[in-house]
Design a protein. Structure first.
Lengths: 824, 137
């Protein structure tokens, strides 16, 4: 710590901080336009000028000058104020000053500073800018006439998002922010540029003219899409969520969001929301009352025993999932599951076996402390974009090395010095096993590894996985495998990042075991910056596992539940929030199961394809209307509070399950907080937590690791027949599950399914961009538009799974790799 | 009883009454006779028009400043991507005619006219829509 004097106040500041940081740390405000705490200092706006006595009273920018011992700084002398006024006058010279029609008014740094420094006249005159305004983009409106050239948008796009869509173009007085060759914006649409823009140059178009900043109620919440657990601030007016607001002090990600988090909120107040319970009468769903609907459901559940089953979405809160489980227990059934059953197997079977805990030991914060990141599949960026930003920052700012094992390349592969080893689809386990074998052969294991249970079995099971054997199988050269294994084992702080989800059936218990073996053999078990980070798909996937919402004690998993429905052993199926018809593999099988089950009950926000088949539809609430807790992928438990009143007559799933438990003669907890007390008392790691102690920050549930080595058996993958392509399913960057279809932002950018195909294959088959292809597999066929990308290896195609319009489960029956043929 | 204390005030009063008989009457024979309101009178609002459309750009400053919360504005985007008030309503039952809306307006889009006959038979008729508020020429 250094001692310095700011405005006659004795303060201390860390050694590597700038004058601006030191002042901010000590509660002294220095005005600035071009600074964001996530970005590197830039020094563009010249508003933060201060005087330093040692520098002979010269005016120097506070944001780029490091502090030194004994510095005497003055931040508001008459000379400085005069200089700042002049800076503002010059900025306002070309600025249109159209505050009445600018959506930024009220939240505008330039407006606030102009007011604060009382700049009510301008000594200079000049023409205003006449740049063309980009109204065409559905998400980001660019009006460069208002720009003050602080460069924050260009810097955040480069430094954090790693896309580089915006930059300074032209020179001198004509300098402006634009895209390459001044073309239209075509980027990831994460909206980071919009969030940091200090003026109204970059605006969120979905929110355009909707409300003024000062009329919004700001409610902090947690994003309801992926498992990253990003914190959001919802802008609410007249009981409607109108926008998401940027707060640089929120969460581990400092307010950084992705496309779906920032622009995908419209599902909350969508016109398509269900507002009344529906009951099927004479074959038609008709509007009904809550009493009638709940009575009908309770009658089906009462004493039904194992003829009733439940499928839930992990988007429900912890409290709701536990209550749903209690409801099933009250009706005498232990058939309940979530996420198609296999999507959480990596946690509930894989890590449970290897780590002795249904969670991976590392947290997202470890990414910034690690020196080697080993990412299994480039899809980690698509499934969890904000984790992707953390990886970008670790690689770019801290020079962490990045190795990727993947069946295709991706955005992460483009990072500086990223090493992507592309393997043949479906050979992940063999590749990881060979890494383990190299580590064993080269004696790179930690000393304690040999004493661990399962060591001998593991060693013998790894015999076939010589690097040479795996080279021929996976296509990754033995030398590359050796190098990766050595680097991983010898790097003290190495972190494995491993995404799981419904579109990734290959990321199963066996792969999780293979991942865990690597970490256990090399002793990377959740110390700072080292370990395994499992990225679970939905916002509360980890919570659903922690609440035990998966079959134990002989209950049926999702797959058996669907079989039971078809076979007639399950007569009542209660689906809360899931849309199996679209998101579960094998459309025909799910359809026949839902057709055959006697009574289908669905609680959902929308009349989804599954809800349309139901006998009773209960309108549920979104995350913005209820209270509860979500457990993020790294076991960070966060409390959410309602931002708006419930839409229509909808009820939270908590209220629905409570009412049903009461009707079944049980006793339901009065409030979510009462139930959370029970969770805190019973779930490992949650001890001592309550809504009050969670606060706004949330807290981590520690993972206790009891390492066990287990052989990871690679399921023999049927080789794709000659002339067929290996179809991979996965997530699109803009979507998460099927819910994001109801968010306008994601649908503007990515409205329908597509098939990514390599350039080489496209050229051979004479396929052009957007050509409609018929994709045929053993289970069916469907039409998808072609998207030609350099990232796919030859013979491999990829499609995202989110879309009701093009349900991929017509051709995908749940295999990690499906052989398909393509025809124009 | 003091006769002076009793009768002098009565006589003084009658003097005033008698005096008024020779002055011009203040009372108006409304509605046959109309009052002439001062230019700064704060009566019914009117939305100023320029180039055949309302000058209002829906900046929301009037509903923000309005102490009676009687103004409802909703902004829209026209074909030229300009901001305009797709809804502009004033609830005259709530309005206290303070004139802050006129003072706050950055584009001189609203004024207060001399119109004071605001009685209506139904409550909903007191909510003046944009069409009713547009300046009459």
């Amino acid at each position: 710590m250094l001692n310095l004097t700011i405005d006659d106040k004795q303060v201390t500041a860390p050694k590597n901080s700038t004058i601006y940081d030191a002042a901010k740390l000590n509660g002294i405000k220095i005005p600035i336009l071009c600074h964001d705490k996530k970005l590197k200092p830039f020094g563009a706006c010249r508003m933060c000028l201060v005087e330093v006595e040692q520098m002979k009273g010269r005016q120097i920018p506070a944001c780029t000058t490091p502090v030194t011992e004994g510095m005497i700084i003055r931040t508001a002398t008459p000379d400085i104020i005069k200089a700042r006024k002049m800076v503002l006058e010059l900025l306002l010279l070309n600025h249109p000053i159209d505050c009445p029609i600018c959506d930024k008014a009220g939240d505008c740094d330039l407006q606030n500073l102009t007011y604060e420094y009382k700049v009510d006249a301008n000594r200079f005159t000049d023409e205003k800018f006449q740049h063309e305004i980009d109204y065409n983009n559905p998400l980001i409106e660019r009006d460069m006439n208002r720009c003050v050239l602080c460069g924050k948008c260009a810097r955040i796009c480069d430094e954090i998002v790693g896309f580089g869509a915006l930059t300074f173009i032209s020179r001198g007085i004509e300098t402006k922010i634009g895209c390459e060759f001044d073309e239209a914006l075509n980027c990831e649409f994460c909206g980071s540029c919009v969030s940091v823009c200090p003026v109204g140059s970059l605006l969120a178009r979905p929110f355009k003219f909707k409300a003024r900043f000062w009329s919004l109620t700001k409610q902090k919440s947690v994003c309801g899409y992926c498992g990253t657990g990003c914190n959001l601030t919802l802008g609410v007016k007249d009981n409607k969520v109108l926008t998401t607001l940027y707060d640089e002090n929120q969460g581990f990600h400092n307010g950084q969001l992705c496309c779906r988090g920032r622009f995908g909120y419209q599902f909350i107040n969508s016109d398509k929301r269900l507002t009344k319970p529906l009951v099927r009468k004479n074959g038609v769903l008709v509007e009904s009352t809550w009493d009638e609907a709940l009575d009908a459901v309770a009658a089906r559940l009462k004493g039904a025993g194992s003829s009733v089953a439940a499928l839930a979405t992990p988007r429900l809160t912890n409290e709701e999932l536990l209550l749903f489980k209690k409801l099933m227990v009250a009706s005498g059934s232990n058939n309940f599951d979530h996420s198609a059953g296999y999507a959480h197997a990596a946690l509930t079977a894989g890590f449970a076996r290897s780590f002795g805990s249904t969670a991976a030991p590392s947290t997202i914060l470890d990414i910034q402390k690690s020196s080697l990141l080993l990412v299994i599949k480039t899809d980690a960026y698509e499934t969890h974009p904000v984790v992707g930003f953390e990886i970008n920052m670790a690689v770019k700012n801290r020079e962490a090395r990045l190795s990727i094992l993947s069946d295709k390349r991706g955005k992460l592969s483009k990072l500086p010095d990223a090493k992507t080893l592309v393997h043949v689809p479906g050979t992940e386990i063999a590749v990881l096993n060979s890494l383990a074998r190299i580590i064993l052969d080269d004696k790179l294991t930690v000393d304690s590894a040999a004493a661990l249970p399962g060591y001998a079995e593991l060693v013998s099971s790894l015999a076939p996985f010589t690097p040479e054997a795996v080279e021929s199988q996976s296509g990754i050269s033995a030398a590359d495998l050796r190098q990766l294994a050595t680097t991983y084992a010898t790097t003290e702080k190495a972190l494995i990042i491993f995404p799981i989800g419904q579109a990734y059936p290959g990321h199963n218990a066996a792969l999780a075991t293979a991942v865990a073996n690597l970490a256990i053999l090399t002793g990377k078990l959740g110390t700072e910056g080292a370990g395994v980070l499992c990225l679970s798909e939905k916002n509360n996937s980890q919570g659903a596992v922690d609440m035990g919402f998966y079959p134990v004690d002989g209950g049926s998993d999702a797959s058996l539940i669907l079989d039971g429905c078809s076979a007639g052993s399950i007569k009542t199926l209660f689906v809360a929030g899931e849309n199996p018809l679209i998101s579960y593999p094998d459309h025909a099988r799910v359809k026949s199961a839902l057709d055959k089950v006697e009574c289908l009950i669905v609680s959902d926000l929308f009349l989804t394809e599954t809800a349309a088949m139901a006998d009773v539809v209960l309108p549920a609430c979104s995350f913005a209307e209820k209270e509860g807790t979500f457990t993020a992928t790294d076991r960070r438990i966060q409390h959410i509070k309602p931002a708006i009143r419930k839409v229509g007559q909808s009820r939270s799933d908590f209220d629905i399950f409570s009412a049903l438990i009461t009707r079944l003669g049980g006793e339901a907890p009065a409030t979510p907080s009462a139930l959370f007390a029970e969770i805190a008392a019973s779930v490992p790691g949650y001890a001592g937590m309550s809504y009050i102690t969670l606060g706004e920050e949330g807290s981590f549930a520690p993972v206790e690791v009891k390492p066990v080595l287990t052989a990871a058996t690679a399921a023999t993958m049927p080789a794709c027949a000659a002339g067929t392509f290996a179809l991979l399913t996965g997530s699109a960057l803009y979507h998460n599950g099927t819910l994001s279809q109801y968010g306008e932002g994601p649908m503007h950018v990515c409205p329908e399914g597509y098939l990514e195909i390599s350039r080489g294959d496209a050229a051979t088959m004479k396929i052009g961009e957007n050509d409609l292809l018929t994709v045929t597999s053993d289970t069916g066929n469907m039409k998808l538009k072609a998207r030609i990308t350099p990232r796919m290896p030859q013979g491999v195609v990829f499609t995202p799974y989110h879309f009701s319009g093009n349900p991929v489960n017509r051709i995908w029956s749940g295999a990690a790799v499906t052989g398909v043929t393509l025809a124009k | 009883m003091n006769p002076i204390k009793t009768f002098v005030p009565i006589i003084n009063g009658l003097k005033i009454t008698l005096g008024h008989m020779f002055k011009k009457p203040i009372t108006l024979q409304y509605p046959d006779e109309r009052p002439k309101v001062a230019t700064r009178f704060r009566g019914l609002h009117a939305l100023n028009v320029s180039h055949n459309k309302a000058k209002c750009v829906a900046c929301y400053l009037c509903p923000t400043v309005c102490p009676a919360k009687c103004i409802t504005v909703e902004a829209g985007e026209d074909a030229n991507h300009d901001k305009f008030a797709s809804v502009y309503e004033i609830d005259m039952l709530r309005c206290i005619f303070c004139g802050y809306c006129v003072e706050a307006c950055p584009v001189d889009a609203i004024k207060m006219t001399g119109e004071f006959e605001l009685a209506n038979y139904r409550r909903e008729d007191f909510v003046y829509s944009k069409e009713r508020l547009l300046e009459k020429k």
